[in-house]
Design a binder for this molecule. Structure first.
Ligand code: GMT
Length: 378
């Protein structure tokens, strides 16, 4: 198949997932055309079946806001026409589903009818999408998609609650490449972060409000008062300056390290002892799954789709959003006893295997085939 993939190329989970999906499809022999405004961060190395098409968004003195959506739709049309693309799979509804709808209509005029598949990832529905600034376009363009997928049951239910969706939403869970994440820790790296063998607590995110970064730091403070530990913070975003202030205010700077955006997350997950994700909402929590694949138990909020991947008391623990004290106690329960800790590690890896790339990618292929078949019958 020739597949066009549209996504955000940045460090967000939706772009990571879309890129990993494209790479996996290319490994299986499909031709994959990435259509993005920058090279996706996880699109590294050469693959004979992968093509990258940059969306250029020219500026003009008249434009306070360059029309990205029009540029994207036009690039989709161009890529589809010139590369015999069979279908377009767009990740994150805003504005990708609307741009795909526009591209589809233009292509139809030229007698090319191709399916558009939209994968909903989270805030494109629950936060940004539901805002009335975007909602009518989001609802319309999702309904115009030929197939809709959501990354968790929770997100599917939320989508039906928030919008009037006339079609079936299929749940296809996010995935992880178990083989890649099941790495031995690099001792030298571990020593830099925890020179005296302290426990390494990890949080990785885009540092947005929804991630509740102050909770991460305050949970760590309670842990740190009980056991020698270090907090490793990966990623960057609007909450970072506040987080640095809080670290100084709580006198934690010697035990916390901000390492910014990182490419080789598998090396970071490998040295972590526990992953913290106390978010306000997570449709899925891809970073938690990747942490589990690396053998880290997860302590998180019980928001959104997190209960679909975390098993209470087996591979991690969940508490109500904002219940810092309980989350810290759960983390200590896991970390204080080596036998318990090892059981959680084994269980975390086992759970991650259920979401292995080899189980999930075929579900997308099946959906593509179903869509193409429906189109060939028409
Ligand atoms: O919605 C966001 O915050 C951004 C989005 C992204 O692009 O990273 O994250 C969402 O998609 C991820 C991949 O499917 C999920 O793992 C995240 O849970 C989800 N984030 C939220 O729902 C907050």
């Amino acid at each position: 198949m020739n597949i066009g993939i549209v996504c955000y190329p940045t460090f967000g989970g939706s772009g990571v997932l879309a890129t990993e999906l494209g790479k996996a499809l290319a490994d299986k022999g499909h031709n994959v055309h990435f259509i993005t405004y920058q090279q996706p961060v996880r699109l590294t190395g050469f693959s004979a079946n992968i093509f990258y098409h940059e969306v250029r968004v020219p500026t003009y003195p008249l434009f306070d806001y360059p029309p990205y959506e029009a540029a994207l739709a036009s690039t989709m049309v161009d890529v589809v026409k010139n590369n015999n693309v069979d279908l377009l799979h767009v990740h994150y509804a805003i504005p990708h589903a609307a741009a795909a709808y526009m591209a589809k209509k233009i292509l139809l005029k030229e007698n090319k009818n191709i399916p558009v598949i939209t994968t909903l990832h989270g805030t494109d529905i629950t936060l940004v999408g539901r805002d009335k600034t975007y909602a009518p376009v989001v609802a319309f363009s999702i309904n115009q998609s030929d197939a809709i997928t959501a990354v968790s049951r929770n997100l599917k239910e939320e989508t039906y609650k928030i919008f009037d969706i006339e079609k079936e939403i299929e749940v296809i869970y996010n995935f992880v490449d178990i083989k890649r994440f099941a790495r031995k820790p690099i001792d030298a790296f571990k020593k830099v972060i925890a020179p005296n063998g302290e426990r390494i607590i990890l949080h990785a995110s885009n540092f947005r409000k929804i991630k509740r970064i102050p909770d991460v730091i305050r949970i760590f403070k309670i842990i740190n008062e009980s056991i020698p530990s270090k907090l490793l913070l990966v990623g960057d975003g609007p909450e970072r300056p506040m987080a640095e202030d809080l670290c100084r205010e709580l006198d934690l700077c010697d035990d916390m390290r901000f390492v910014g955006k990182q490419q080789d997350m598998e090396e970071i997950f490998a040295i972590a002892d526990l992953f913290l994700l106390p978010s306000e909402y997570e449709s899925f929590g891809l970073s938690a799954l990747e942490a589990m694949a690396g053998g880290s138990p997860v302590v998180a909020s019980n928001a959104g789709g997190l209960p679909e991947i975390i098993r209470q008391g087996e591979n991690g623990y969940m508490s109500a959003v904002g219940n810092l004290h309980q989350m810290a106690q759960y983390a200590l329960e896991i970390l204080k006893d080596e036998d318990i800790y090892q059981q959680f590690r084994v269980s975390a890896k086992k759970q991650a295997e259920r979401f292995d790339i080899h189980h999930i990618v075929p579900q997308y292929e099946k959906l593509y085939e179903k869509c193409l078949q429906a189109f060939s019958v028409v």
